[in-house]
Write a protein that binds this ligand. Structure first.
Ligand code: AP5
Length: 215
């Protein structure tokens, strides 16, 4: 199965993507994770990415499309694909469609997880992640067994630089302005778009996603 997972910052894309990719034998490609890895590498490109990401702005289309096209081209043939955070503009959507058409493996669905703004801010400012394995926690909603330690690899949890309330508000505005039109783009082009209410607790959202994809 090849799907795109969309939704505002904090909707639970990363949380659900890890679970769903495992369930359906898909490779999970998160543009945010890939860009953060480049930023953390200390490269010249990484330094340029930091300026956009720390301000809650989108990285320019040409840069993201080039990075994601390489990741998509390197996928193993026996696995499905779950794209998380990409595409985020109509231009990115068009570039992805063109690449998948060339590879003869078009998208099968676009899954949109939606949640109102107020809970999103609380989710994001309370998010903690494992720097080693990428597991995602929350100080209230998804706590690790031992405070501030990853359940899986015991590393100390960290907070993302763009997870402050001010930057989250900017990221939400960016989402409404630049990324929501991508949903209309997919609907207009006849793509199967599945909208899921992501306001329930994580296990319930997983069950909704699973049911929608099996349907
Ligand atoms: P990215 O990393 O993609 O961030 P985002 O879209 O803002 O999404 P988040 O990762 O913040 O949220 P999420 O939906 O994955 O939520 P999560 O599951 O972690 O992008 C970061 C930046 O990179 C962008 O701002 C941009 O600069 C750049 N970028 C990335 N892609 C780009 C692109 N294509 N083009 C241009 N620039 C790009 O959950 C959040 C928290 O809530 C967690 O603590 C979790 O435990 C908790 N939680 C999850 N689900 C629930 C639930 N159901 N109930 C309660 N709590 C929950």
């Amino acid at each position: 199965m090849r799907i795109v997972l969309m939704g505002p910052p904090g909707a639970g894309k990363g949380t659900q993507a890890k679970r769903v990719a495992e369930m359906f034998n898909m490779v999970h490609l998160s543009s945010g994770d890939i860009l953060r890895a480049e930023r953390g590498s200390g490269s010249e490109l990484g330094r340029r990415l930091k300026t956009y990401m720390d301000a809650g702005e989108l990285v320019p289309d040409a840069t993201v499309v080039e990075i994601m096209a390489k990741a998509v081209a390197a996928l193993p043939a026996d696995k499905g694909l779950l794209l998380d955070g990409f595409p985020r503009t109509v231009a990115q959507g068009q570039a992805l469609d063109a690449q998948l058409k060339q590879l003869n493996c078009p998208l099968q669905a676009v899954l949109v997880i939606d949640v109102e703004d107020a809970p999103l801010i609380k989710r994001i400012t309370g998010r903690r992640s494992c720097p080693d394995c990428g597991r995602i926690y929350h100080t209230e909603y998804l706590r690790p067994a031992v405070e501030n330690r990853c359940d899986a690899c015991k590393a100390s949890l960290t907070q993302r630089a763009d997870d402050t309330e001010k930057v989250v508000r900017d990221r939400l505005a960016t989402y409404r302005r630049q990324t929501q039109p991508v949903i209309a783009y997919y609907k207009d082009s006849g793509q199967r778009v599945i909208e899921i209410d992501g306001s329930a607790e994580p296990d319930e959202v997983t069950a909704r996603v699973k049911q929608a994809l099996q349907g």
